[in-house]
Design a protein around this ligand. Structure first.
Ligand code: ZN
Length: 358
């Protein structure tokens, strides 16, 4: 995502924060700063930053459990409206989806319990349940206020995320439970419809009470639910397809003795993203669009393709189903796979080709 900055890397996962997040920090600093001065501004910023640290822990909860189930995690992005852990693929088993979905809110429950313990130790049960403790979250700046706002925010995060509306965590739990009974495609249709109904209800409430942020979140949930429905339909449609069926038999190929310049010519005339380099009947290398352009810049148009092509070829069988192939690209770093059928080399498939289909 553009305008996002990497702030940390945990278990191989980049944690990025979107630039607009700075506006939220400034907004809270200003909100507490105007009645309480510089200390208030620092308090406002501290509340937002610790709160988003809890959101990061929530997303890490999802991510680390996903990794345990063999689902790779591309990155965690922090947006002003919350966090997002981008998984490499959807978990294939409903039970895995269930545990991954629950892990996030569970982190907030654990944090809330720990903060409750701390507040109990510091102030005793009477203070903890008092209106005074609850209100201290809104200032003036104090450690009690920070503790209170973090405690209630974590309770809210756990409860809110467990609303059974896809694509919220609760919706994923709901879908996973349904999928165990009726299968994933039908479970997704039901969960997406329920998600949209709940989102519509939430939007009405948001508009009625004049809470625009709630209405905005409802709109995101509504759109997210439609996206889940479409994704599921596409997945179903391509489930039966194999790698051999989607290879382009008329793809342009290069020869080792071709010049980089003629590869550039091909590149300009087609939308093909990968070129196979073929010697006689044999596949000897591959070149992607980016590699052709990089080679043209580095060694010039007169150099031979043989000198710049990639020779580390990953072979797959033409019968491999597409939904098994897609996760493979995570580890290939932009390389295509070479598809081999009963009659030998059938064509190259890049991540772009497969994601265009599905
Ligand atoms: Zn979550």
């Amino acid at each position: 995502m553009k305008w996002s900055l990497r702030i940390a890397r945990v278990s191989g996962i980049d944690i990025k924060v979107h630039a607009s997040f700075l506006l939220v920090v400034l907004y809270f600093a200003a909100m507490f700063g105007s009645p309480h001065g510089l200390l208030g501004a620092a308090f406002g910023a501290a509340v937002v930053i610790t709160l988003f640290a809890c959101v990061v822990l929530h997303e890490l909860g999802h991510s680390l459990v996903a990794q345990r189930f063999g689902v790779s995690v591309r990155e965690i992005i922090l947006l002003p409206i919350g966090g997002l852990a981008r998984l490499g693929r959807e978990p294939s088993r409903p039970f895995h989806e269930l545990v991954i979905a629950v892990a996030g809110p569970l982190v907030n429950v654990v944090i809330a319990v720990a903060l409750t313990g701390l507040a109990l130790a510091l102030y005793g049960p009477h203070m903890l349940l008092s209106r005074q403790f609850f209100d201290s979250a809104l200032g003036p700046p104090s450690f009690t206020g920070l503790l209170s706002s973090l405690l209630w925010a974590n309770v809210a995060l756990a409860v809110f995320n467990m609303i059974p509306a896809l694509p919220m965590d609760g919706g994923r739990v709901f879908r996973a439970l349904l999928a165990m009974a009726v299968g994933k495609p039908k479970a997704t249709r039901i969960a997406a419809t329920v998600g949209q109904l709940l989102a519509a209800g939430l939007a009405v409430i948001g508009i009625y009470v004049g809470n625009l942020i709630l209405a905005l979140i409802a709109a995101f949930v509504f759109l997210g639910a439609s996206q889940e429905r479409v994704n599921s339909q596409v997945t179903e449609a391509v489930r039966g397809l194999s790698a051999g069926e989607v290879c382009d038999p008329n793809a342009i190929t290069l020869m080792p003795g071709d010049m980089v310049g003629s590869a550039v010519d091909h590149l300009l005339r087609t939308a093909q993203t990968h070129f196979a380099v073929v010697h006689g009947e044999h596949l000897v290398g591959t070149l992607s669009r980016d590699e052709v352009l990089a080679a043209a810049g580095a060694v010039g148009l007169g150099a031979f393709v043989a000198g710049v092509m990639r020779r580390d070829i990953v072979q797959i069988d033409a019968g491999m189903p597409l939904d098994e192939l897609r996760p493979m690209f995570m580890d290939l770093g932009g390389r295509p796979v070479a598809v081999f059928g009963p009659h030998g080399f059938a064509g190259l498939l890049g991540y772009e080709d497969v994601s265009r289909i599905a």
